[in-house]
Design a binder for this molecule. Structure first.
Ligand code: ATP
Ligand code: MG
Length: 350
């Protein structure tokens, strides 16, 4: 198999975790006989410094012509006071690629379950995915208005927008434990009433999948009370923004969690959920796991390389089981040492 991957390493710890991803892709390529063409492009703060804008045209074209995009992280204090910030590049890229589905798996690895802020017995067996609608809803709907005396935001969803994201969740549930939890506020919001109606209609086409509805306030509680009850969670943009951040705390470190963003056609974007972590940038302390799990999501979804994706996850588990941890997991391994161990595990070197 041959594939083109655009690598946007970005800022802060982005380059460090990207280096880790590239090493793992290289060994997977050798082991299974694939050629991954890795193409670097400037994005975020580094692109502001070198091109005067966070998403240069050449970067956008590289992304559009690739099979998948890997992103490190963008932003940092250096650019925080600028009129156009690195994060604007990310919004522009999502828009240009039509990335409407944001997927965030939350998995509590048994080896680090004791680092969760929740009790160990509560996080046992936590393995769910938040599917968040990313391009509609209150952040984008018009009118948006503000005077000194009143302010308005609008929350609009079309049947089409709801259908495609809910369908995405059902398709994902088919590959998992076959349960979808749709989250809304249908007791008070019109957009949520349509959401629930459409979810039921889509669900009727998936008799093999259990569909449950949960109000967003109840969902916020259930994520803490009994997170293992969830399999695939699907929700609109604002609720998903809040709930996915709440959910990310369950695992114990931001350094563990990957994400993917998909469009209807065209390349998907894979990135760790953490930011650029300026406090540890350049110190070889970053946990590369969120990035490596992003690589395994990419192998599985964009290249349909299930065995290779499982192999990456297996190697990570073996290295954790052998006791290697980065600082965020209260260990002493550096980014490069942890990566080296994963690479050795993949290559079968003992
Ligand atoms: P954003 O950049 O999205 O605004 P943020 O600034 O709130 O996010 P991060 O940059 O993710 O957050 O950093 C939050 C904290 O988590 C920091 O202390 C950072 O060092 C730590 N952290 C984030 N990612 C990692 C990682 N991969 N490995 C180790 N520590 C991390
Ligand atoms: Mg930050």
């Amino acid at each position: 198999m041959e594939g083109k991957i655009t690598c946007l390493q970005g800022d802060g710890i982005g380059p460090e975790v990207m280096a880790s991803a590239k090493q793992v892709l290289c060994v997977i390529g050798e082991k299974y006989g694939h050629t991954f063409h890795l193409h670097d492009a400037d994005f975020g703060g580094i692109a502001i410094d070198t091109h005067g804008e966070p998403l240069p045209e050449a970067t956008l074209q590289a992304c559009l012509s690739s099979d998948a995009i890997l992103l490190g992280a963008v932003g940092g204090p250096k650019w925080d006071t600028l009129a156009v910030r690195p994060e604007a590049g990310l919004l522009g890229l999502r828009k240009a690629l039509g990335l409407f589905a944001n997927i965030r798996p939350v998995y509590v690895h048994p080896a680090v379950a004791h680092l969760s802020p929740l009790k160990e017995e509560i996080v046992q067996d936590v393995d769910f995915v938040v599917v968040r609608e990313l391009t509609g809803g209150i952040y984008f709907s018009e009118p948006k208005e503000r005077t000194s005396e009143h302010a308005t935001d609008t929350l609009t969803y079309t049947r089409e927008e709801i259908t495609r994201i809910v369908q995405h969740a059902f398709e994902l549930a088919r590959t998992r434990r076959k349960k979808v939890t749709s989250i809304d506020k249908a007791n008070v919001m019109e957009s949520s009433k349509l959401w629930r109606e459409v979810a039921n209609e889509v669900g009727a086409n998936y008799p093999d999948i259990v569909l449950e509805h949960l109000l967003v306030d109840a969902a916020a509680m259930e994520l803490i009370r009994r997170p293992s009850r969830f399999d695939v969670v699907v929700t609109e943009n604002l609720f998903g923004d809040i709930l996915s951040d709440e959910a990310s705390m369950i695992a114990g470190s931001l350094g563990l969690l990957p994400s993917a963003s998909h469009s209807l056609e065209g390349p998907s974007l894979y990135e760790p959920i953490h930011g650029s972590a300026p406090d540890i940038a350049g110190e070889n302390k970053a946990n590369p796991l969120a990035m490596l799990y992003s690589v395994s999501m990419m192998l599985r979804h964009s290249f349909l390389l299930e065995e290779e994706a499982n192999d990456v996850e297996r190697a990570i588990s073996a290295v954790l089981a052998a006791g290697y941890r980065t600082g965020d997991l209260r260990g002493e391994a550096t980014t490069t040492l942890f990566t080296e161990k994963v690479v050795q595990e993949l290559a079968g070197v003992k």
